[in-house]
Design a protein around this ligand. Sequence first.
Ligand code: GRF
Length: 245
Amino acid sequence: MVLSKHGEREKRILSLFRIAVLISGSGSNLQAIIDFTENETVSNFEIALVVSSREGAYGLERAKKHGIKSAVIGKDNTDKLLEALSENNIDGIVLAGYLSILPPSVINAYENRIINIHPALLPQFGGMGFYGLKVHQAVLDSGVPYTGASVHIVDCGVDTGAVLIRGVIAVLPDDTAESLQKRVLGVEHTIIVLAVKALADGDTDKLKQKPLMLISDSDRKGVRTYAKEFKELGEKLIDADSEEL
Ligand code: GRF
Protein backbone atom coordinates (compact mmCIF):
# COMPACT_ATOMS: atom_id res chain seq x y z
CA MET A 1 0.00 0.00 0.00
CA VAL A 2 1.34 3.42 -0.94
CA LEU A 3 0.54 6.13 1.58
CA SER A 4 0.58 9.79 0.75
CA LYS A 5 2.67 12.04 2.96
CA HIS A 6 -0.52 13.02 4.72
CA GLY A 7 -1.48 9.35 5.10
CA GLU A 8 1.88 8.52 6.66
CA ARG A 9 1.43 11.30 9.16
CA GLU A 10 -2.05 10.10 10.00
CA LYS A 11 -0.75 6.59 10.46
CA ARG A 12 1.91 7.85 12.88
CA ILE A 13 -0.62 9.83 14.84
CA LEU A 14 -2.96 6.86 15.02
CA SER A 15 -0.21 4.67 16.38
CA LEU A 16 0.47 6.77 19.49
CA PHE A 17 0.46 4.68 22.66
CA ARG A 18 -2.87 5.31 24.36
CA ILE A 19 -2.80 5.69 28.12
CA ALA A 20 -5.56 5.85 30.70
CA VAL A 21 -4.68 7.84 33.82
CA LEU A 22 -6.51 6.69 36.94
CA ILE A 23 -6.89 9.22 39.73
CA SER A 24 -8.84 9.86 42.93
CA GLY A 25 -7.88 13.41 43.88
CA SER A 26 -5.99 16.52 42.88
CA GLY A 27 -4.33 15.06 39.80
CA SER A 28 -1.13 17.11 39.85
CA ASN A 29 0.72 14.13 38.36
CA LEU A 30 -1.96 13.96 35.68
CA GLN A 31 -1.28 17.65 35.03
CA ALA A 32 2.45 16.96 34.61
CA ILE A 33 1.62 14.35 31.97
CA ILE A 34 -0.84 16.70 30.23
CA ASP A 35 1.76 19.49 30.20
CA PHE A 36 4.29 17.16 28.63
CA THR A 37 1.94 16.10 25.83
CA GLU A 38 0.94 19.71 25.18
CA ASN A 39 4.37 21.30 25.33
CA GLU A 40 6.52 18.71 23.62
CA THR A 41 6.49 18.60 19.86
CA VAL A 42 7.21 14.88 19.92
CA SER A 43 5.30 12.65 22.27
CA ASN A 44 5.05 8.90 21.83
CA PHE A 45 1.80 8.64 23.77
CA GLU A 46 -1.52 10.34 24.28
CA ILE A 47 -3.91 10.51 27.21
CA ALA A 48 -6.96 8.78 25.81
CA LEU A 49 -8.93 8.58 29.06
CA VAL A 50 -8.95 9.80 32.65
CA VAL A 51 -10.80 7.65 35.16
CA SER A 52 -11.58 8.92 38.63
CA SER A 53 -12.68 6.57 41.39
CA ARG A 54 -14.77 9.39 42.81
CA GLU A 55 -16.97 12.30 41.78
CA GLY A 56 -15.61 15.75 42.44
CA ALA A 57 -11.93 14.86 42.15
CA TYR A 58 -10.08 17.97 40.95
CA GLY A 59 -8.24 15.86 38.38
CA LEU A 60 -11.56 15.59 36.50
CA GLU A 61 -11.57 19.39 36.10
CA ARG A 62 -8.05 19.25 34.72
CA ALA A 63 -9.11 16.64 32.17
CA LYS A 64 -12.12 18.70 31.14
CA LYS A 65 -10.07 21.86 30.77
CA HIS A 66 -7.75 20.09 28.36
CA GLY A 67 -10.49 18.34 26.38
CA ILE A 68 -9.58 14.87 27.63
CA LYS A 69 -12.30 12.24 27.90
CA SER A 70 -13.06 11.24 31.47
CA ALA A 71 -15.27 8.91 33.45
CA VAL A 72 -16.12 8.31 37.09
CA ILE A 73 -16.01 4.62 37.88
CA GLY A 74 -16.41 3.48 41.49
CA LYS A 75 -13.75 1.20 42.88
CA ASP A 76 -15.90 -1.92 42.91
CA ASN A 77 -17.12 -1.59 39.35
CA THR A 78 -14.46 -3.71 37.65
CA ASP A 79 -16.62 -4.65 34.66
CA LYS A 80 -17.30 -1.00 33.87
CA LEU A 81 -13.61 -0.19 34.18
CA LEU A 82 -12.55 -3.03 31.88
CA GLU A 83 -15.21 -1.98 29.41
CA ALA A 84 -14.06 1.66 29.39
CA LEU A 85 -10.43 0.61 28.91
CA SER A 86 -11.30 -1.67 26.03
CA GLU A 87 -13.72 0.76 24.35
CA ASN A 88 -11.01 3.42 24.37
CA ASN A 89 -8.33 1.06 23.01
CA ILE A 90 -6.11 1.65 26.01
CA ASP A 91 -2.56 0.33 25.67
CA GLY A 92 -1.27 1.17 29.14
CA ILE A 93 -2.53 2.41 32.51
CA VAL A 94 -1.01 5.02 34.81
CA LEU A 95 -2.12 5.07 38.45
CA ALA A 96 -1.54 8.62 39.61
CA GLY A 97 -3.00 9.04 43.06
CA TYR A 98 -5.57 6.28 42.51
CA LEU A 99 -6.75 5.30 45.98
CA SER A 100 -8.07 1.84 45.11
CA ILE A 101 -6.46 -1.52 44.61
CA LEU A 102 -6.95 -2.82 41.07
CA PRO A 103 -8.44 -6.31 40.97
CA PRO A 104 -6.36 -9.17 39.44
CA SER A 105 -8.65 -9.25 36.36
CA VAL A 106 -7.49 -5.75 35.37
CA ILE A 107 -3.86 -6.40 36.32
CA ASN A 108 -3.77 -9.60 34.28
CA ALA A 109 -5.46 -7.97 31.28
CA TYR A 110 -2.74 -5.27 31.22
CA GLU A 111 0.16 -7.30 32.61
CA ASN A 112 3.37 -5.25 32.67
CA ARG A 113 1.48 -2.28 31.21
CA ILE A 114 0.29 -0.66 34.45
CA ILE A 115 2.51 1.72 36.41
CA ASN A 116 1.95 3.43 39.75
CA ILE A 117 3.63 6.39 41.41
CA HIS A 118 4.39 6.19 45.13
CA PRO A 119 5.71 9.05 47.29
CA ALA A 120 8.65 7.18 48.87
CA LEU A 121 11.72 5.21 47.89
CA LEU A 122 10.28 1.73 47.48
CA PRO A 123 10.63 -0.88 48.85
CA GLN A 124 10.83 1.35 51.93
CA PHE A 125 7.65 3.00 53.19
CA GLY A 126 5.33 1.12 50.86
CA GLY A 127 2.43 -1.30 51.23
CA MET A 128 -0.92 -1.17 53.01
CA GLY A 129 -1.46 1.99 55.07
CA PHE A 130 1.36 3.97 53.44
CA TYR A 131 -0.43 6.77 51.63
CA GLY A 132 -0.61 10.57 51.74
CA LEU A 133 0.98 12.30 54.72
CA LYS A 134 1.34 8.99 56.57
CA VAL A 135 4.22 8.09 54.26
CA HIS A 136 6.08 11.33 54.92
CA GLN A 137 5.46 11.17 58.66
CA ALA A 138 6.86 7.63 58.72
CA VAL A 139 9.94 8.85 56.84
CA LEU A 140 10.45 11.63 59.41
CA ASP A 141 9.88 9.27 62.36
CA SER A 142 12.42 6.79 61.01
CA GLY A 143 15.15 9.43 60.77
CA VAL A 144 16.35 8.42 57.28
CA PRO A 145 18.34 11.25 55.65
CA TYR A 146 16.65 10.96 52.26
CA THR A 147 13.33 10.20 50.67
CA GLY A 148 11.74 10.61 47.26
CA ALA A 149 9.31 8.92 44.93
CA SER A 150 9.19 5.71 42.89
CA VAL A 151 7.36 4.56 39.79
CA HIS A 152 6.85 0.82 39.64
CA ILE A 153 5.04 -1.82 37.64
CA VAL A 154 1.77 -2.83 39.26
CA ASP A 155 1.43 -6.48 40.20
CA CYS A 156 -1.12 -8.14 42.46
CA GLY A 157 0.59 -6.96 45.66
CA VAL A 158 0.50 -3.46 47.17
CA ASP A 159 3.53 -1.42 46.00
CA THR A 160 5.45 -4.65 45.36
CA GLY A 161 6.03 -4.56 41.58
CA ALA A 162 9.44 -3.91 40.02
CA VAL A 163 10.65 -0.33 40.42
CA LEU A 164 11.45 1.46 37.15
CA ILE A 165 12.49 4.94 38.31
CA ARG A 166 13.24 6.59 41.63
CA GLY A 167 13.77 10.29 42.34
CA VAL A 168 15.63 11.21 45.53
CA ILE A 169 15.66 14.27 47.76
CA ALA A 170 17.32 14.94 51.10
CA VAL A 171 15.26 15.19 54.27
CA LEU A 172 16.10 18.59 55.77
CA PRO A 173 16.34 19.28 59.52
CA ASP A 174 13.21 21.45 59.62
CA ASP A 175 11.09 19.30 57.30
CA THR A 176 7.52 18.47 58.28
CA ALA A 177 5.34 15.82 56.67
CA GLU A 178 3.71 18.63 54.68
CA SER A 179 6.95 20.16 53.43
CA LEU A 180 8.25 16.73 52.42
CA GLN A 181 5.03 15.98 50.61
CA LYS A 182 5.38 19.18 48.61
CA ARG A 183 9.02 18.61 47.64
CA VAL A 184 8.44 14.93 46.85
CA LEU A 185 5.52 15.90 44.59
CA GLY A 186 7.92 18.09 42.62
CA VAL A 187 10.10 15.03 41.96
CA GLU A 188 7.04 12.94 41.11
CA HIS A 189 6.09 15.31 38.32
CA THR A 190 9.41 14.64 36.61
CA ILE A 191 9.64 10.89 37.08
CA ILE A 192 6.03 10.17 36.15
CA VAL A 193 6.60 11.65 32.70
CA LEU A 194 9.85 9.70 32.25
CA ALA A 195 8.06 6.51 33.23
CA VAL A 196 5.11 7.04 30.88
CA LYS A 197 7.52 7.69 28.00
CA ALA A 198 9.37 4.47 28.86
CA LEU A 199 6.11 2.54 29.06
CA ALA A 200 5.07 3.82 25.64
CA ASP A 201 8.51 2.98 24.22
CA GLY A 202 8.31 -0.58 25.53
CA ASP A 203 11.37 0.04 27.73
CA THR A 204 10.00 -1.25 31.01
CA ASP A 205 11.84 -4.60 30.89
CA LYS A 206 15.10 -2.73 30.41
CA LEU A 207 14.30 -0.45 33.36
CA LYS A 208 13.35 -3.40 35.55
CA GLN A 209 16.89 -4.70 35.10
CA LYS A 210 18.46 -1.30 35.58
CA PRO A 211 16.11 1.25 37.18
CA LEU A 212 16.80 4.94 36.77
CA MET A 213 17.60 7.06 39.77
CA LEU A 214 17.02 10.78 39.48
CA ILE A 215 19.09 12.81 41.92
CA SER A 216 17.25 16.06 42.29
CA ASP A 217 19.22 17.40 45.21
CA SER A 218 22.64 16.40 44.04
CA ASP A 219 24.61 18.85 46.15
CA ARG A 220 23.66 17.03 49.30
CA LYS A 221 26.14 14.46 50.45
CA GLY A 222 23.50 12.16 51.94
CA VAL A 223 21.74 11.82 48.65
CA ARG A 224 24.96 11.18 46.76
CA THR A 225 25.98 8.49 49.23
CA TYR A 226 22.59 6.88 49.00
CA ALA A 227 22.63 7.02 45.23
CA LYS A 228 26.08 5.43 45.16
CA GLU A 229 24.76 2.40 47.01
CA PHE A 230 22.19 1.98 44.27
CA LYS A 231 24.81 2.40 41.58
CA GLU A 232 26.66 -0.50 43.09
CA LEU A 233 23.43 -2.48 42.71
CA GLY A 234 23.44 -1.64 39.00
CA GLU A 235 21.08 1.31 38.86
CA LYS A 236 21.63 4.05 36.33
CA LEU A 237 22.00 7.47 37.96
CA ILE A 238 21.03 10.68 36.21
CA ASP A 239 21.15 14.22 37.44
CA ALA A 240 17.92 16.22 37.57
CA ASP A 241 19.33 18.73 35.09
CA SER A 242 20.70 16.06 32.76
CA GLU A 243 20.12 16.41 29.03
CA GLU A 244 18.84 12.82 29.08
CA LEU A 245 15.56 14.02 30.57
C1 GRF B 1 1.03 11.39 44.93
O1 GRF B 1 1.80 11.70 46.05
C2 GRF B 1 1.29 9.97 44.48
O2 GRF B 1 2.60 9.54 44.72
C3 GRF B 1 0.34 9.18 45.33
O3 GRF B 1 -0.81 9.99 45.43
C4 GRF B 1 -0.45 11.37 45.26
C5 GRF B 1 -1.29 11.90 44.14
O4 GRF B 1 -1.12 13.28 43.97
N1 GRF B 1 0.10 7.86 44.80
P1 GRF B 1 -1.82 14.02 42.74
O5 GRF B 1 -3.29 13.68 42.80
O6 GRF B 1 -1.18 13.55 41.48
O7 GRF B 1 -1.58 15.48 43.00
